[in-house]
Structure formats: structure tokens, C-alpha cells
Design a protein around this ligand. Structure first.
Ligand code: RBF
Length: 160
């Protein structure tokens, strides 16, 4: 990005070669989450990453995602970790509670460990919104989370 900065500029590239990723997937709404995982893997491999350098942990639902992220971060094996889950609003207010808790924890874990944790969560009001964000007209949030993970992992390396 062109600018007039004369000092050091840190910018993460989109080259995934040599990077190791952890991905935490919720099984709940797997119909959609599996599409997010497909998108994330496709983005990583198309940007030079190796599928063998990706470890996937499955958890029952989105509420459990932060726990598995923390366990992955504790191993210190990964340059970035992705959270993939789909929370769909139902008759009760569960979605709001799950979403606010999970997004807060994901941000906190990245800061605590100094390793990027990216947000590949769909928070949908209905099935149509989930369909649109898992590989149709509003893109694929798994791809977006993978791109952010690649860039942030490289930025983290540069700043180090
Ligand atoms: N997990 C999701 O990943 N997406 C959901 O849309 C979702 N909806 C839920 C709705 C209710 C009423 C409950 C009780 C749980 C839901 N979960 C959902 C599962 C939740 O993330 C967690 O796995 C379980 O509550 C077990 O701790």
C-alpha cells in the first residue's frame, strides 16, 4: 500500500509457504462449517501452504471453540489458529450469548499468546444468511479467516 511513511513498515504477505495452522471447527451446523473448512484449506494451499501443515480440532459446538484454541496455542506449534463455527439464531436468545462469549475469548486468546487467532464465525439470523456466507453470494468466511491468518502470521514474523 503506497504511503509517505519513511520509517519501518510492517506488512504481512499472503504467502503461506512454511506456515503451520491450527483450525478449530464446531460440529454443530456441520453442513455449513464443513464448507468453511473446505474454503480455508483451499485458500491456504492456493497460497503456497502445505495441507500437511494444518491440524484440525473438532469440538461439539461454537461455545467449545475457545477451549480447543487455547489447547492448540499452548503447544506453540502454530503460526496462526482459525476459529470456524456457525451460530444460527433460533427461538431463544442462545445465539447472542454464544457469539459474544466466543468472539471475546477468541480476541483475548490471540492477545494472551501473541499468536494470531482469526475469526471465521458466521453469526446468522437464519439459514439463508448462513448459506450466503458459506460459499455462495456473500463469499466464504472460511476463506476470509484463512487469508487473515496467513497475513497475520507473516506480520507477526516480520515484527518479531
Ligand atoms: N452451537 C453452534 O455452533 N451453533 C449454534 O447455532 C448452536 N445453537 C445452540 C442452541 C442451543 C439452544 C444450545 C443449548 C446450544 C447450541 N449450540 C450451538 C451448541 C453450543 O455451542 C455448545 O456446544 C453446547 O451448548 C454444549 O456446551
Amino acid at each position: 500500500m503506497a504511503s509517505k511513511v519513511a520509517g519501518t513498515v510492517f506488512e504481512g504477505s499472503l504467502d503461506a509457504k512454511g506456515l503451520k495452522f491450527g483450525i478449530v471447527c464446531a460440529r454443530f451446523n456441520d453442513f455449513f462449517v464443513s464448507k468453511l473448512l473446505d474454503g480455508a484449506m483451499d485458500a491456504i494451499v492456493r497460497h503456497g501452504g502445505d495441507a500437511a501443515d494444518v491440524a484440525v480440532a473438532y469440538v461439539p459446538g461454537s461455545y467449545e471453540i475457545p477451549f480447543a484454541i487455547k489447547r492448540m496455542l499452548l503447544t506453540k506449534k502454530y503460526d496462526a489458529v482459525l476459529a470456524l463455527g456457525v451460530v444460527i439464531q433460533g427461538a431463544t436468545s442462545h445465539a447472542g450469548y454464544i457469539n459474544s462469549e466466543v468472539s471475546k475469548c477468541i480476541a483475548q486468546l490471540g492477545l494472551e499468546f501473541g499468536v494470531p487467532v482469526t475469526y471465521g464465525m458466521i453469526t446468522a439470523e437464519n439459514l439463508e444468511q448462513a448459506i450466503e456466507r458459506s460459499g455462495t453470494k456473500a463469499g466464504n468466511k472460511g476463506v476470509d479467516a484463512a487469508m487473515a491468518a496467513i497475513e497475520m502470521a507473516n506480520l507477526n514474523r516480520e515484527i518479531r
